[in-house]
Design a protein around this ligand. Sequence first.
Ligand code: C2E
Ligand code: CA
Ligand code: CA
Length: 739
Amino acid sequence: MVRVLSPSVAIPFVAGWVALLVMTMAGSALVDRHVSPFGQARAGLRAIHLHALGAALLAVVWALPIIAFAPWLGPVERGVLWSIMAMLMAGMGFAFGVVPLGAQVFIAILGVAGTVAFQAQGAVTAAVVSACFQVFVAVGAAETGRTFLDGKLAEAGLADRGEVVSLLLREFEEGEADWLWQVDVNRRVREVSPRFAFALGLDQDDAEGKPLIQLLAGESWETGFFHSSLHDLAERIKRRESFSNLLVRVTLQGQHRWWELSASPRIADNGTFFGFRGVGSDVTERRESEEEIAYLARFDTLTGLPNRLQLTEALGAAMRRADQSRSRCGFLMIDLDRFKTVNDTLGHVVGDQLLERLAERLRALVGDAGLCGRLGGDEFAVVLGGPGIDGDKVHAVAQRIISGLSQAYLIDHYTLYIGASVGSAIGPRDGVTVETLMRNADLALYRAKGEGGAAHVVYEPSLQTDAEQRRQLELAMRNALERSEFSLVYQPVIDAKSGAVLSFEALARWTSAEHGPVSPAKFIPVAESARLIVPIGEWVLRSACLEAARWPTPIKVAVNISGEQLLESGFAETVVSALANSGLPPHRLEIEVTESVFSRDSAAALVTLNRIIALGCAVALDDFGTGASSIGYFRKLRFSTIKIDRSFVQGAARLAPESLAIVRAVVAMADSMEMSTTAEGVETESELAMIRKLGCRKFQGYLSGRPMSADQAYELVGKTAKSARPVQDGSGGARGAVG
Ligand code: C2E
Ligand code: CA
Ligand code: CA
């Protein structure tokens, strides 16, 4: 500008203008710096106005020469001046784009000054060119400003979003168990956070860049057999699907943990996928307690076998499958014989161990054929499903179980033997609902146990009628005592050597108003299970004692006592009372018990029996050879007599070696322990000859006398009795029934 002006314009004017320009520039720079210090991102409205004012001043100073020095300037100088002004306009328009107001003011003042100067000199074309140029530059400056603003706004938005993410990140990092994780396109973990690394049990650097699945799979990474949940995770990541709260079993340092993962794919604006980002937490503890609860609800804690709930569910499922495929399913109920004895004699610790071992064995015996479980106590069950289930198959499994479970168990230096009874039902033949099938298998089991155990009984409809009959009998029996429907018969027990009557066994008889005469083999078990045996048994005891008191000394009376009676508190008192009431000396009363009285609570049974022995009464062991035949009790209780079951008497007479061996052994043992032996159910002379030969001291049976009425019994032995016959108590024990 100085070079253009100095040839034509007076130096002081030029110098004055330069000084003015320098001052203005310095001033506006100062103002700018003041209102918007360096590095400050934002400027207020006042700063923008101040800046525009500075720009206007600057423009005025720049426009001054072309207007004020016009008279001294020729067309060439004017053109050069305008070119410089045009450069400034363009440059400022661009440079001030950030502050559009200042730029527009600057351009407007310079543009107008240029146009006016050309116009004043009559250079119309130049004036038009100047005006057009001014418009172009103004528009260009406005555009620059807008682009800059857009860029700034976008930047601000991005920064906002970045803040949100880091906020989340901080939240996750500070949370208790949660962490943030991300993988790239190749499913490798990236930007591993300290917390995620900690969860992985690795250093951040070690984890960085490793495939996610490799980090989570543990050993199975090599084998490729992933846990199904891990497989699921890999699939979802592969398919680029977002997922939330996905439960994954991970293996870290050889330990299984449960993680809950949520994540979504990361997609760039242009639609390209560049990995996954999500959160995760370790839910092992929560899940384990849930699992434990679920486990406890479905498994037996002692044996680890499925429990009743799971068995019922499995049976339901098997029945549905059978229904769909028109096939069958089987349900086996297993009850242990003599388990109670083990529990009572050796204690619960041994009993529990036995159950555990037995459960193991049962599992092995059943194998893949079905599902076995524990129903409770010493009851187990097996559900058989699948194709080809029929009676034969069920029977085969049942037999396998019975023989397998009855093998010896070696526990705590004890060699234990227990047996098993099995009742089975086949669906849908024996029942279309879970309840009926289970009930029917139970009925079959009841029968199997009733038959002495160690047997498999298949359900048949007659069992149902039997059960119904039992129910009817029980109903009728409830009133039988008041209605005096019971009576007693007496069967003589004979001295094997002399043939003299030694005693009578009192046997109960029931003539029901509804059912007619009912055999004790039928009604005694019903009375036992309904606990009616307690009042009935007491009546038997009192009546038998009263009757026996009429017999001459030393004829004894033997009374059968059930386990239920023995366990009833006050049984010994009942015996004392019966003896006192009747006047029968204690040594003429013999209590007959079977081994089964020891099966529930053998300790209590032993205590009661010892009290009875202490009273002076005798205790006989009935039906020896049919039950557990454990000689263990012989040592604990001084039995007066061992009664050998009729089946061995028959067997011995047939010269069956086993029967002979048992009778010989029992006789020898009883002799050595100063106990007597009675052979039961002797019907023929040859049987009598045999038991005599084998050394039995006493016998009873149809051969020497059937159970007879009280009168007949009295007749048989009472001839020598001097006393008059005492009056029977009102219950009518002497109603003449014949055995
Ligand atoms: P048990 O104590 O073994 O009684 C002997 C059973 O064998 C009696 O059957 C008797 O009639 C029968 N018997 C006797 N001699 C012969 C014979 O030569 N051949 C055959 N085949 N049988 C013979 P009963 O009277 O039917 O009694 C059956 C069972 O009922 C008894 O067996 C006993 O366990 C029980 N019982 C009877 N009365 C009572 C009672 O008052 N209380 C209790 N708790 N049980 C009783
Ligand atoms: Ca008996
Ligand atoms: Ca007997």
